[in-house]
Design a protein around this ligand. Structure first.
Ligand code: TYC
Length: 113
């Protein structure tokens, strides 16, 4: 919200020495959201992917197993939607964890429409 003082320069006649405040609504844009995607590959063990989904995305074992199967069958799935900073952190955590365990699991992020 922007406060603009309206004075006699806006209203050249009838100066009575007073002024009023006019509120102008400024457009507030919500920050964009990012989908975090998990990609299928032929080598990462299913149990490892389930563990990743439980550990970094707070899923129950049943939820994690279901999403893992979706990725396995369809090739990709959205595993969460976050702010840019949180999405980057999740992608980094998954990629680090996969690399440390020598699995080729890929995790990426994409701006939501
Ligand atoms: N396709 C893998 C397998 O058959 C399992 C897998 C699922 C790998 C999901 C990655 O994001 C993934 N072992």
């Amino acid at each position: 919200m922007l406060l603009r003082q309206v004075t006699m320069s806006d209203k050249p006649d009838g100066d009575d020495g007073t002024s009023i405040l006019v509120q102008t609504r400024t457009r507030t844009k919500r920050p964009p959201l990012y989908k975090v995607l998990l990609l299928n590959d032929d080598y990462t063990p299913m149990e490892f992917v389930v563990h990743v989904l439980e550990r970094f995305f707070g899923m129950t074992h049943a939820q994690a197993f279901e999403i893992m199967l979706t990725v396995h069958k369809k090739g990709v799935a959205v595993v969460g939607v976050f702010s840019h900073e949180i999405a980057e952190t999740k992608v980094g955590q998954v990629m680090d964890f996969a690399r440390r365990h020598q699995h080729p699991l890929q995790c990426t992020m994409e701006k939501e429409d």
